[in-house]
Design a protein around this ligand. Structure first.
Ligand code: NAD
Length: 453
């Protein structure tokens, strides 16, 4: 590890990663990797998570390719120094922000979207001109092995290194000095990462999780709402950090909403999701057991069947759930959807605000006023009204949590900014050097200084 770090540091110091042409070449190569090995990558995703080819493309490979395309297109502009105004007292002169890379960065990925969550931060890090160490999650081993095999063939290994392994390897990496660390995963490890980073005062971006609520008001189009919630919930078998974790539904439409969810589930996955092409599997047996244990925390309204050996849990909807149950305390991160009745929007807002700030929040209503109220009176990393997950497709929107759901942001220019330092630069000419700013400060000079300030 020591030798690897030394090599990366000297590559960075040599200026290898500075030219835009080098950065764009790396990004192009990454896109080429996806084109050349699409099938192998989709197969790895299917092995790890039972991810269908369509889902794997939509949420991982296609996402990554459009991220790269957007970055290559806008990088020359993002990388240009940005001129700002000059105060009178410092005139003549000019001021600007000069983006510079941070150095050698560490990116630690999670297992649920094992390609996107590792390589999309890498796109941002390379675009900004950094060297990087990427560590895929050991819980998606087939994908980690593919990435470790393929990345060195496509990216400049003097600047990018892949390190595979589990918590012990992550800890070894964290003992090294980096210029930035981006970690995606749960909050428990997030604290370990932040503590390790504190040793060198290394800045961190933590992409964490939490319980993301969906609020369904009585005036929502229930059929469309149910389809959109079902899609966001059961994609990747519920193992999505921004999946709706639970639904707060107006009690007047509670039963009708559940019926619409039932139709959406059978439309998407047929009568038996176990045989559906587009329904995934739980990452491992331990997570499967954790989810099966939650089934006792409510009344099963839809689904409920599980087969631990096959890592399968049916799309499941639970009602009569207590707010104090484990199901409603832990992040579910699986295909179980608790539905809780609320009398009105204000009660939903109170419920949300009594808990930690979520990563995502979803509101469903035809009333712009109600949606505005939900937006203004709650906290969340990201909010999407009348849909789920779709905000991820807009590279003009930053992605990141707030409070316990994370710190920092990326996607598009926000990722470039995360992996850059925007150095503040002021340049002054020699030709003008009035003496009123220099001591001794006579009363006339003081008057002038006050006037100019
Ligand atoms: P995980 O088990 O894959 O762990 C994430 C990474 O942390 C892995 O690379 C792992 O090797 C490393 N790690 C594990 N233990 C460690 C330790 N003791 N020290 C150092 N590193 C260690 O993923 P997870 O934590 O199970 O992921 C699920 C959580 O991640 C959920 O809370 C989910 O909401 C969140 N998540 C967030 C995002 C996001 O973008 N905000 C995306 C996906 C998942």
């Amino acid at each position: 590890m020591n030798a690897m770090m030394q090599r990366l540091r000297s590559s960075y110091a040599s200026g290898l990663t500075r030219p835009l042409a080098w950065r764009i070449k790396q990004l192009t190569q990454l896109s080429q990797l996806v084109d050349d090995h699409e099938q192998a990558l989709l197969t790895a995703l299917a092995t790890d998570l039972g991810k269908s080819a369509a889902e794997g493309w939509l949420t991982e490979l296609g996402f990554l390719k459009s991220d790269i395309k957007h970055t290559i297109k806008h990088l020359p502009r993002w990388n240009k120094p940005k001129r700002v105004s000059q105060p009178l007292l410092a005139a003549p002169g000019r001021s600007y922000l000069h983006p510079e890379p941070l150095g050698v960065v560490l990116i630690i990925g999670a297992w649920n979207y094992p390609i996107q969550l590792l390589l999309s931060p890498l796109v941002a890090a390379l675009a900004a001109g950094n060297c990087a160490v990427v560590k895929p999650s050991e819980l998606a081993p087939a994908t980690a092995a593919e990435l470790a095999r393929l990345l060195p063939d496509y990216l400049d290994s003097a600047a990018v290194q892949v390190v595979t392994g589990g918590a012990d390897v992550a800890q070894q990496l964290l003992a090294e000095r980096f210029d930035h660390i981006m970690y995606t995963g749960g909050g428990r490890v997030g604290k370990i990462v932040m503590k390790a980073a504190a040793e060198y005062l290394t800045p961190v971006t933590l992409e964490l999780g939490g319980k993301s609520p969906a609020v369904v008001l009585a005036d929502a189009d229930l059929a469309v709402t149910a389809r959109r919630i079902a899609w966001g919930k059961w994609i990747n078998a519920g193992q999505t950090c921004i999946a709706p974790d639970y639904v707060l539904v107006d009690e007047r439409v509670h039963d009708a909403f559940i019926e619409q969810l039932r139709s959406a589930i059978s439309e998407f996955y047929g009568m038996d999701a176990e045989n559906a092409t587009d329904y995934g599997r739980i990452v491992n047996v331990q997570h499967c057991q954790r989810l099966i244990d939650y089934l006792a925390d409510g009344t099963i309204a839809i689904g409920g069947r599980a087969d631990k050996a096959l890592r399968y849990i049916e799309p499941t909807v639970l009602t009569n759930v207590s707010a104090d149950s484990k199901l409603m305390q832990d992040e579910i991160f699986g295909p179980l959807l608790p539905i809780i009745k609320v009398p009105h929007l204000a009660a939903a807002i109170e419920f949300i605000n009594s808990r930690e700030k979520p990563l995502a929040l979803y509101g469903f209503s035809k009333s712009a006023r109600s949606l505005q109220q939900l937006t203004e009176q709650t906290h969340a990393g990201n909010q999407c009204n009348n849909d789920t997950l779709m905000f991820m497709l807009n590279p003009e929107l930053p992605f990141g949590g707030v409070g316990p759901s994370g710190m920092g942001r990326y996607h598009g220019k926000f990722g470039f900014d995360t992996f850059s330092h925007h150095k503040a630069v002021m340049v002054r000419p020699f030709w003008s050097d009035p003496s009123f700013r220099y001591p001794p400060y006579t009363s006339f000079k003081q008057k002038l200084l006050r006037w100019f300030s």
